[in-house]
Design a protein around this ligand. Structure first.
Ligand code: SF4
Length: 130
């Protein structure tokens, strides 16, 4: 698998670099040395790995479930707001993919062929998690 063919892997790499950038510039730390950013990164990667839409997912901001718990959702939004505009120069390939991936406005089925008709298909997801 690679970031070119696997959306989950690509989004995982994107969120990692965005949190790294945020932590370096805002906290003066690496993520490994920052308890808050480590926790945020682990949480985001865990959510991605349990995303019920798999490769058919939308961007999380367009998701009908919004599986992040409220406090963490605010934290990740803060990271996105800071790192998003700084990504193009540092990670142009991920940034281009991010724009392309954002064009999907509704999740697809696991096979990526049909639009999800109801959220029962999201049975893997327990909604916001602690
Ligand atoms: S369920 Fe929605 S918010 Fe959660 S990881 Fe999947 S796309 Fe993102």
């Amino acid at each position: 698998m690679s970031i070119f063919t696997n959306r989950i892997e690509r989004e995982a790499r994107t969120v990692e670099v965005m949190i790294q950038l945020y932590c370096k510039n805002q906290h003066g730390l690496t993520v490994q040395d920052c308890p808050n950013c480590s926790e945020l990164q682990n949480y985001a990667l865990d959510r991605l790995n349990h995303c019920p839409f798999h490769e058919g997912k939308t961007s999380c901001k367009n998701c009908p479930i919004h599986c992040y718990k409220p406090g963490i959702k605010d934290d990740i939004k803060q990271v996105m707001r800071y790192s998003g505009p700084r990504m193009m120069l540092r990670h142009p390939i991920l940034t281009v993919f991010h724009f392309i991936d954002n064009t999907r406005k509704e999740p697809l089925t696991v096979l990526g062929q049909n639009r999800v008709k109801n959220l029962d298909l999201a049975e893997d997801c327990n909604g916001p998690v602690d």
